[in-house]
Write a protein that binds this ligand. Structure first.
Ligand code: ATP
Length: 238
């Protein structure tokens, strides 16, 4: 049984069918990626999984249990966290308080303190800037903070929406490294949505290439990185 599964899901915005009968699965311990251009429907899939957007048909299963129809906070409690597109930090709060917001559904004080330590060890930059206002951080630092915030819910699954968007190339490498680490060392299964297809294919085991709301093709990332169609459509022909 897959850890998380979307079965033939449709997502609409009014009359617009943004996601068209998409099926995908995430096995425990895996990192998968959804690649594709703007408007391909990637974010809408993540929003459907987290309960931020209703699906119009199909179903979403987590550990065999139906997820669609449940509230976003219930879904976080079950172990699914998301880092939203565009980062969405709380700008006037400190780094510390931003991180603690990620633990809002938890009551285990000791566990929260332990996870905060882990996040600060993973991202030493956040430790240096712990008491600083979030708005004063660079884009890359804010992205680390948002990843840290998601980890504070101690998720089984982390959904990441475009973590490399608008970030300096050097920091993109750091973020790529932290995705691998979160998957391998922290044993969190990951769904990564990216327009930086090259990075996404490097850090994932499997990929779904999306176009206009549909899955165009899917397979092992290390095969797809050499696939002619993928190279032409998603890797800029290089
Ligand atoms: P992006 O990288 O731009 O977020 P994406 O692949 O994640 O692209 P979605 O954001 O899921 O794609 O968008 C899929 C389609 O749904 C697009 O045609 C988009 O215009 C439409 N859409 C997304 N959000 C809304 C909304 N709030 N209202 C109306 N249409 C929307």
């Amino acid at each position: 049984m897959a850890l998380l599964e979307c079965k033939n899901i449709d997502v609409y915005y009014d009359q617009v069918r943004a996601v068209k009968s998409v099926s995908l699965s995430l096995e425990e311990g895996e990192t998968i990626t959804l690649i594709g251009a703007n408007g391909a429907g990637k974010s809408s899939i993540l929003k459907a999984i987290t309960g931020l957007k209703n699906i119009n048909s199909g179903e979403i299963l987590f550990e065999g249990e139906k997820l669609n129809g449940q509230s976003p906070s219930k879904i976080v409690e079950k172990g699914i966290a998301m880092t939203p597109e565009g980062r969405r930090v709380f700008p006037y709060m400190t780094v510390k308080d931003n991180l603690l917001m990620g633990a809002f559904t938890r009551k285990d004080k000791d566990g929260i303190a332990e996870d905060l330590e882990k996040v600060l060890t993973k991202f030493p930059r956040l430790k240096e800037r712990f008491k600083q206002q979030a708005s004063t951080m660079s884009g890359g630092e804010q992205q680390m903070m948002v990843i840290g915030r998601a980890l504070m819910s101690r998720p089984k699954v982390l959904l990441m929406d475009e973590p490399s968007l608008g970030i300096a190339p050097k920091l993109v490498q750091d973020i790529a490294r932290s995705i691998v680490q979160i998957n391998k060392e922290d044993k969190v299964s990951v769904i990564l949505v990216e327009q930086n297809s090259r990075m996404a294919l490097k850090v994932s085991q499997r990929a779904y290439a999306m176009q206009l709301g549909e899955v165009l093709l899917s397979g092992n990332s290390k095969d797809l990185i050499h696939d002619e169609r993928i190279i032409e459509l998603y890797l800029g022909g290089s």
